[in-house]
Design a protein. Structure first.
Length: 130
């Protein structure tokens, strides 16, 4: 394996209500998610352009997958304006866990809890870095 290759290639965010969570993420990121259902699970896929060098994932409603604020945290791209994404999330019922923080040359970070109480990280570059 190449040492510089990104090790993340897929993520699943558990939800108790796929429709509610899908609407939440579509609204805060201004995206459209594709819904898929099979026998024992419901999924909503984050946009993906077919490039296997780009990582993506899904919301998942399945027995045994439980939302948690204490588990692994995924950081989403909130460019070009982390404040816009934070404001959308708050209006839709998210809670701020860690307010927007300036992390120097690395831009800005914030952490929210989504509607299922999962901790979700947000990251944005400083405008000159876009």
């Amino acid at each position: 394996m190449q040492p510089t290759k990104n090790k993340i290639n897929w993520f699943e965010i558990p939800t108790n209500d796929i429709n509610k969570s899908k609407a939440f993420y579509e609204a805060i990121f201004d995206i459209k998610m594709e819904y898929y259902e099979q026998i024992d699970e419901k999924l909503a896929f984050f946009p993906w352009n077919g490039d296997y060098k780009v990582n993506t994932g899904t919301l998942i409603e399945r027995e045994g997958h439980k939302p948690s604020k204490d588990g692994v945290m995924v950081f989403f791209d909130a460019n070009p304006d982390i404040d816009l994404v934070l404001n959308r999330a708050i209006k839709l019922g998210a809670k701020i866990i860690h307010a927007k923080k300036d992390v120097g040359v690395n831009g800005y970070l914030a952490v929210i809890s989504d509607l299922d109480d999962n901790s979700i990280g947000l990251h944005a570059n400083k405008s000159k870095d876009l």
